[in-house]
Design a protein around this ligand. Structure first.
Ligand code: HEC
Ligand code: HEC
Length: 394
């Protein structure tokens, strides 16, 4: 029973893996599509191979992805959906992330990763990656290899030791983490991290998931440096928890073969959709087992959360003068930096435009201004303090 349950999990994950792979596949051919309808999808890649079941690719024709070419008039007149990406933008996003694709050259330590995490990730993912507020937990729940054992725990009463599914306990490949961060995070401004920064953040992820790189326990060594050479030594506790075998040269082909046969993952019954069905649509098979009466998968631990709202951006009122005293005065009142309301000192800076001054303050400068003065003010709050600093007025 437990074993069978695990296989169902595997199948659903392999589906998402397949989605990622096919979505990223470039050079898809136009076969089997006519670009005029919203539902036009690719079923065959340029190389003639079938897309992996569950995956969908949309051909780009005349700069339009078929899906978006539904009714351009409506789009341009009443809706504001942005614009069609340029070929260059598409190319920049088009990364095939596979198990064999090691990250590029680079390096970063746990310590550096922690600093970056505190500055760019903690507001959503919580302290040590603990999650919350609708954002996924990334770590901070214990030792990955121990948590991996929970994956076979019962899943019908989530409050009692359900499976803990996170990067450390669950993901089969560490390179996925590297590329996820590099291409997708931080969420509001993805693709802004350097390769070294991504190595550092990945090292920090290994640390908060209490993972091993070879025989090194990363959590015990803040100075541990992750780089391209030792990347392959990362031990993923759940590397064997998936079906089919995605490692090695044949990984992608194994996935294709697996999904070509519907009985492997549950789509086999009722003529594969030809007969409409709302309840009991699957016959139990060797791999598909109905979980006990009245049961079913209800939730996971930590619970998956469908709330996806951004952190509260409404400005929280601050005592501007007190924040200045606590966070800025040690430099700006001592002559080390322009003082409050000193017109002569601020004028050359403000002449660049106040937005530039805000941005320099928020991001920090090479000439002595630390990002936000090292404070944990939000951008909006920080700007209030800058206004005070520049004008001397509250
Ligand atoms: C504004 C909020 C926000 C910020 C800031 C942010 N993230 Fe995320 N992150 C998200 C959301 C939302 C998701 C889930 C995306 C999804 O499920 O499609 C996510 C998902 C992830 C995941 C995948 C987790 C999983 O188990 O699927 C990783 C890893 C991650 N973020 C790392 C980072 C790192 C590292 C940073 C800092 C450089 C960062 N994030 C900054 C909102 C954020
Ligand atoms: C560790 C010292 C230090 C702290 C703390 C500090 N600053 Fe600065 N700040 C500087 C120095 C030095 C400069 C001038 C050099 C420069 O602009 O890079 C500066 C410049 C600035 C500028 C002008 C940026 C530009 O170049 O356009 C702003 C705005 C600013 N600080 C705001 C603040 C605010 C607001 C705080 C407190 C929340 C703060 N600073 C805390 C050292 C500091």
């Amino acid at each position: 029973m437990l074993k069978l349950n695990t296989k169902i999990i595997s199948a659903s994950i392999a589906v998402s893996a397949a989605l990622v792979m096919t979505a990223c596949n470039s050079g898809a051919s136009a076969s089997g599509s006519n670009h005029s309808g919203a539902s036009t999808v690719q079923t065959v890649y340029a190389d003639g191979k079938a897309v992996i079941d569950g995956g969908t690719t949309y051909p780009v024709v005349n700069g339009y992805t078929s899906q978006y070419a539904v009714n351009t008039q409506v789009d341009s007149e009443t809706l504001n959906h942005g614009r069609v990406p340029t070929a260059g933008e598409l190319a920049a996003w088009n990364t095939d992330v596979t198990h064999i694709k090691l990250p590029p050259e680079g390096k970063g330590t746990v310590e550096e990763g922690e600093v970056l995490y505190e500055a760019q990730c903690v507001m959503c993912h919580g302290d040590f990656g603990s999650g919350g507020g609708g954002y996924p937990a990334l770590g901070g729940k214990g030792e990955a290899s121990e948590l991996q054992k929970t994956l076979k725990a019962q899943r019908t009463t989530p409050d009692e030791d359900g499976p803990v599914r996170m990067f450390g306990s669950y993901w089969p490949q560490a390179s996925t983490m590297w590329w996820y961060i590099q291409d997708g995070m931080p969420h509001p401004k993805s693709k802004t991290l350097t390769h070294d920064e991504t190595y550092a953040l990945t090292a920090y992820m290994l640390s908060v998931n209490e993972m091993m790189v070879g025989d090194i326990a990363v959590a015990d060594d803040d100075e541990f440096e992750l780089n391209r050479d030792n990347f392959a030594d990362i031990v993923m506790p759940n590397v064997d928890g998936f079906e089919p075998e995605i490692r090695g040269e044949n990984g992608t082909e194994n996935v294709r073969t697996f999904y070509a046969k519907a009985s492997n993952f549950g789509g086999q019954n009722l003529n594969q959709g030809a007969v409409r069905c709302m309840t009991d649509c699957q016959e139990p098979t060797a791999k598909i087992v109905r979980i006990a009466e009245g049961g079913g998968i209800r939730d996971f631990f930590p619970p998956t959360n469908i709330v996806r709202d951004l952190p509260d951006s409404a400005p929280v009122a601050i005592d501007v003068k007190a924040e200045y005293a606590a966070n800025c005065a040690m430099c700006h009142d001592t002559g080390a930096a322009p003082t409050v309301g000193d017109r002569a000192a601020w004028e050359p800076l403000v002449s660049k435009g106040v937005e530039k001054v805000y941005a320099n303050g928020i991001n920090g400068t090479d000439t002595g201004m630390p990002a936000k003065g090292g404070s944990s003010l939000t951008d909006a709050q920080f700007k209030q303090v800058v206004d005070y600093l520049v004008t001397g007025k509250l």
